[in-house]
Ligand binder design. Structure first.
Ligand SMILES: Cc1ncc(COP(=O)(O)O)c(C=O)c1O
Length: 390
């Protein structure tokens, strides 16, 4: 956890944050900015034209988007709702790219209307719909034959059949490298593969065609050395988790601590899957306990007598598990809080917020050292106006 977040949690702010039972997120806007700087310095050596896009699905919380939009080259969106959201914010289409395997006709028409810079095509049928909608700025997502993305992208035969029936020219090729599976070697192999596709039918690509990459960087990219080679073409990176995950923390109140079968100590918190689409297990270090901290009355619970707990959410679902092995003080009890660092990505909007109507989290940002509540009230499905109460 970074120092600013720690200071905020331990200080007076705790009273505002934990004034009732609701879980909350806090996002540190300075950390987000530092992440963009760090990513640019690692990636910029690849080519004189490297652009950085924020993958909006990883966290569309408005203050983050506003802060990021000034720092990155653009946003990558994956749904019609995200596109309309950008439109409502007045964000210009030429700084938006569109990916995702589920594009509706309405979303394609909206992309044309907004002048989206590139639509990454994911299937032959989608290609036909995109042309019908009037999309001309297209790239094709290359199918990667691996475990991580079996349903994504277009195979070689389908790509050839697209270009043979279209007299337009592609803006480039796209690939998503898979969640947390980035390596320089993997990037180079993917770009070589794309280069081979482009060389096979050069007339089908713009002269300045780009590589479009969802790099699948992990939550923590600080161990990465700057790019060890250069590419022959400009490249765009769409980054989600590496841009925002370590800038956010999630805190949830403990409702029960109990012994269950097989010697497990089980914690139930007032939160869970409805707040977080991706639970805290990192694919890179599944056994890791992610630095979770326990708090009582705004103070960290001292670390002696550590015990391992299964931390589960409050939904009546077996798979509502935030982490299978959290090591915190064995004195943990109802009313304490668990604070999870690196929780800034794939939170509220990736969760299942309406299932049985459990409490939803609040959201805050830290800006210039000040804590500001920015909770989106529309998440409160079960709320009714005072006049409607019986
Ligand atoms: C096409 C595409 N780009 C970018 C991303 C962002 O990935 P990450 O959050 O791992 O950076 C994803 C995630 O699923 C994706 O599908």
């Amino acid at each position: 956890m970074n120092n600013l977040l720690l200071t905020t949690l331990s200080g007076l702010n705790w009273r505002d944050l934990a004034e009732n039972d609701e879980a909350f997120f806090v996002y540190d806007l300075e950390q987000v900015a530092a992440n963009v700087t760090g990513l640019r310095s690692i990636l910029s050596g690849l080519h004189s034209d490297v652009r950085l896009f924020f993958s909006l699905k990883s966290n569309p919380h408005l203050p983050l988007v506003r802060a990021l939009f000034d720092l990155v080259d653009g946003l990558d969106i994956s749904s019609h709702a995200e596109l309309e959201y950008c439109r409502s914010l007045g964000l210009p289409g030429h700084r938006i790219s569109m990916s995702g395997p589920g594009k509706t006709d309405a979303s394609l028409r909206c992309a044309v209307d907004m002048g989206v810079s590139v639509v990454h095509i994911d299937s032959l049928e989608e290609f036909a719909s995109a042309l019908k909608a009037g999309c001309q700025r297209l790239s094709v997502r290359m199918h990667q034959d691996d475990l991580f993305s079996p349903k994504l992208g277009v195979n070689r035969g389908d790509q050839l059949s697209m270009v043979s029936r279209w007299d337009g020219r592609l803006r480039g090729l796209h690939a998503y490298l898979g969640r947390e599976t980035f390596s320089w070697d993997r990037l180079r192999k993917t770009c070589d593969h794309m280069a081979a596709w482009m060389e096979h039918s050069p007339a089908s690509y713009m002269e300045d065609a780009r590589y479009f990459i969802g790099p699948g960087l992990g939550v923590d990219f600080s161990h990465l050395e700057p790019a060890p080679y250069q590419l022959d073409r400009p490249i765009d990176f769409e980054v989600g988790r590496a841009m925002v995950a370590n800038a956010g923390l999630y805190a949830a109140q403990v409702l029960s601590v109990k012994n269950t079968g097989r010697g497990l100590r089980q914690v139930i918190v007032n939160g869970g899957l409805q707040h977080l689409g991706s639970p805290f297990v990192s694919l890179n270090s599944p056994q890791g306990t992610s630095g979770v901290m326990a708090f009582r009355n705004g103070q960290p619970l001292e670390a002696q007598g550590i015990h391992e707990f299964v931390v589960a959410g409050s939904l009546c679902l077996g798979h509502d598990i935030l982490h299978p092995r959290v090591a915190v003080s064995s004195r943990l009890r109802r009313g304490d809080w668990l604070v999870f660092p690196k929780a800034g990505a794939y939170g509220v909007t990736a969760g299942v917020p309406y299932f049985i109507g459990q409490d939803l989290p609040r959201e805050f940002v830290l800006q210039n050292g000040k804590l500001i509540e920015t909770t989106h009230k529309n998440f409160k499905l079960y709320q009714c106006d005072a006049g409607e109460k019986r």
